[in-house]
Design a protein around this ligand. Structure first.
Ligand code: GLA
Length: 728
């Protein structure tokens, strides 16, 4: 049991292994937030403070009691229209044109298991692993109901939130804002940690004090975006990797979102995360419901490492699905950086043959195999193999690749369309464009209107024909531009289109998963432009960035690690000078960095020296040896590469029996000082043997002073230390 209800005071208490969350339906029926933090007992309603505050209005029923104001009280679902002037979770435009809703407690129920959400990604759990709290609130006069869902996974220290809004009236209403989760703190000084970036440089870490005013992150690009990731950490000012309180909010959604944190007039903090209210005005006819996508919440009193680990375990084991969830992923070679659009069936087979000799397990044929597609100006939308270019039917190519002992994977971008394509010529109205205007092009392509079922259905058929052409065991699902001109011919209510687009995408992916349960799907959007927890429900791995430079990847993967497990991070060894940065990094370093991910190659083996080829064989062997530890171990960030001369991270077996430490020297100087990398989270009083040197180390010393890195000449050298516990 993790959810408790105290009838007299109407107090809801949720306990996870290490955390407690508490709320109360008060005398007026408002659902007030009382507490979220380290596990505790008792009732925390003493935290509520009532005082007569000027210009903070009072609900009518409060009568002469001027100390009761929604403008001040912490809430679960602040809505516009109750006298709260802070950021809102819900805004409704009513059937009579008025704005406002006022939700009051009606009833609740506690169920075993975790709720799911029709058509949307959600954390899942067994009946005995989770409980669900559903709280029904109602605005009687507007005839709008909302059910709040709380999913509790006590062992994982995770609480999920979602909601279902229902139009109980007779007229049409519009949902103008729908946030999935609100966290209100009555006191405290916090920092907001958010993840910003750009194409090929995603998820940089920004830590800023939460100040008076509102800090907002979000996307209006139709995808979750390279620019801001849909996840936020709210941490105490003193919180570090290893100590202090912090909260994570991660949105399971792949489209427009908004996250905001606000410090109010009384120094209280409010954090909201959910759908963006820009370009959003969702109609609900009488009787219709709207499901708000889910937010995952977790709390750690032991710093940011633990917070990330909570998310890692949850996403790796209870969000990702399918056959490959727990399997070590095949080591793949991708044709993109090896040959871009310039390949033939024969050159793909040559690549496969070389790769097979090196121990690679899967060949992925990237962009360029279909339609008229020798560059990015044409062909997108025509999902028929270009037999002239490939020289044979797709099925024959796949067979030949399989005969070489490799699995076969393929690249797809079903959401995109070039104007120079047969599909566009047949259905120009399927691409987003505002009538009477020329659409914005990006990468010389437009976006298909996935909010329309007939478009999704057609593309689904086409994609199935491709996937039925042979033994395809992997699909890279790409999406190479931001949405624009989102006018749909399928509806009069344009304010629903960008959300319906995401629902169309999820519907497509779900149908694919059901029909092809054995295919491994990898998400991609110009690298990490749609690296979000929503996509992870459909694709257990995502190409982390189009930037494959090992030095930059240290930063990108560091930022990514705050919210996402290593098992989801697509990462490959590529050629030097790197194609995105021109930088030269050692071959070993590229492998060490790619091993903090799904591991593969993105280069032409023909161009490798014999010595390098031998290294590839060894790297694959090493990766295989560590793969289970990398995938399932506790992940620790050992340094902050934005602030340190070393980028270092660690995998620790759950039972402490094994450790893998990776370190990359980020700078080099004359007469180098020695860098010591301090390990984390080891059991005390143990002895570990480092495999390569055979030397033994005490666990406490490894954590206290660390392991010295050799002070060698050369840029971006990398080191890996593999420790086995020999005593303790
Ligand atoms: C995107 C992907 C790349 C590659 C190209 C192909 O940019 O991120 O990995 O697949 O598209 O056009």
């Amino acid at each position: 049991m993790s959810i408790f209800f105290e009838e007299k005071e109407k107090i809801f208490t949720i306990h996870t292994k290490d955390t407690t969350y508490q709320m109360k339906a008060d005398a007026y029926g408002f659902l007030l937030h009382l507490y979220y933090g380290r596990r505790t007992q008792g009732c925390m309603d003493y935290l509520l403070h009532y005082a007569d505050r000027g210009f903070s209005g009072n609900p009518y029923e409060a009568g002469a009691d001027r100390t009761y104001s929604m403008d001040v009280l912490p809430q679960e679902l602040p809505s516009q229209g109750t006298g709260d002037y802070r950021g809102m979770a819900v805004v409704v435009k009513n059937a009579d044109g008025s704005y406002g809703c006022d939700f009051r407690y009606k009833s609740h129920c506690i169920l075993d298991g975790k709720y799911d959400i029709p058509g949307l990604p959600a954390v899942y759990a067994g009946e005995k692993e989770a409980q669900t709290l559903k709280i029904d609130l109602e605005d009687v006069s507007a005839q709008v109901g909302i059910t709040l869902f709380y999913g509790v996974l006590p062992e994982l220290n995770v609480i999920t939130r979602s909601a279902c809004i229902k139009n109980n009236g007779t007229g049409k209403i519009y949902l103008e804002r729908a946030m999935a989760a609100c966290l209100d703190w009555v006191g405290g000084d916090f920092d907001l940690i958010s993840f910003y970036g750009r194409h090929a440089m995603e998820r940089n870490v920004q830590r800023m004090p939460v100040a008076h005013g509102t800090q907002v992150i979000g996307s209006r690009r139709g995808t979750s975006s390279h620019q801001y990731n849909p996840m936020m950490i709210i941490a105490g000012r003193e919180t570090t990797e290893d100590a202090g309180s912090c909260y994570a909010m991660s949105f399971l959604y792949s489209g427009n979102f908004k996250g905001q944190v606000e410090r109010d007039q009384f120094n209280q903090t409010r954090a909201l995360l959910g759908l963006s209210d820009e370009l959003f005005s969702y109609p609900l006819e009488a009787g219709e419901v709207f499901y708000v996508p889910e937010v995952v919440l977790t709390y750690s009193s032991a710093g940011l490492s633990r917070l990330s680990q909570n998310l890692h375990t949850c996403f790796r084991t209870r969000l990702c699905r399918g056959k490959y969830r727990d399997l070590v992923r095949p080591v793949l070679i991708n044709s993109w950086e090896a040959s871009y659009f310039d390949f033939s069936g024969a050159s793909i087979l040559a690549l496969a043959k070389e790769a097979a000799e090196l121990g690679v397990e899967m060949l992925v044929m990237d962009d360029g195999w279909f339609g008229k597609r020798d560059n990015d100006l044409s062909g997108l939308g025509d999902w028929q193999v270009n037999e002239q270019k490939i020289g044979m039917p797709l099925g024959s190519l796949i067979e030949k690749v399989n005969d070489l002992g490799l699995k076969f994977g393929i690249w797809l971008e079903p959401e995109g369309i070039n104007e120079d394509s047969d599909l566009y010529r047949a259905h120009p109205d399927w691409a987003f464009a505002v009538p009477g205007r020329k659409p914005v092009r990006a990468r010389y392509q437009l976006v298909l209107d996935f909010s329309r079922k007939e478009v999704v259905d057609y593309l689904f058929e086409e994609v199935c024909k491709v996937l039925d052409a042979g033994n395809i065991e992997y699909v890279k699902w790409d999406m190479n531009r931001s949405l624009s001109d989102c006018y749909s011919r399928g509806t009069k209510d344009q304010g629903r289109v960008m959300h319906d687009y995401v629902l169309g995408l999820y519907d497509f992916l779900e149908r694919l998963l059901q029909r092809y349960p054995d295919i491994l799907f990898e998400g991609c959007s110009g690298g990490g432009g749609r690296f979000d927890a929503g996509m992870l429900y459909y694709t257990p791995q995502i190409w982390c960035s189009d930037n494959s430079d090992a030095r930059d990847r240290v930063d990108i993967q560091y930022g990514t690690s705050f919210g996402y497990p290593v098992s989801t991070v697509g990462s490959h060894v590529s050629a030097v000078p790197n194609h995105q940065t021109g930088r030269v990094t050692p071959f070993e370093t590229r492998a060490v960095v790619a091993m903090a991910g799904t591991f593969g190659y993105e280069l032409d083996p023909k161009k490798l020296s014999e010595e390098e080829k031998q290294k590839v064989r060894e790297q694959i062997g090493e990766y295989k040896k560590y793969a289970s530890l990398i995938q399932n171990g506790w992940y620790f960030r050992l340094t902050d590469p934005f602030a340190s001369e070393v980028g270092a991270w660690q995998f620790l077996a759950e039972d402490g029996s094994e450790i893998l430490v990776s370190a990359v020297m980020l700078v080099v100087h004359g007469n180098m000082t020695v860098s010591y990398v301090r390990l984390k989270g080891l059991p005390q009083n143990c002895l570990y043997r480092e495999e390569k040197t055979g030397r033994e180390y005490a666990s406490d010393a490894l954590m206290e002073t660390g392991i010295p890195l050799p002070a060698e000449m050369g840029e971006y050298l990398a080191y890996q230390f593999h420790f086995i516990r020999v005593r303790g």
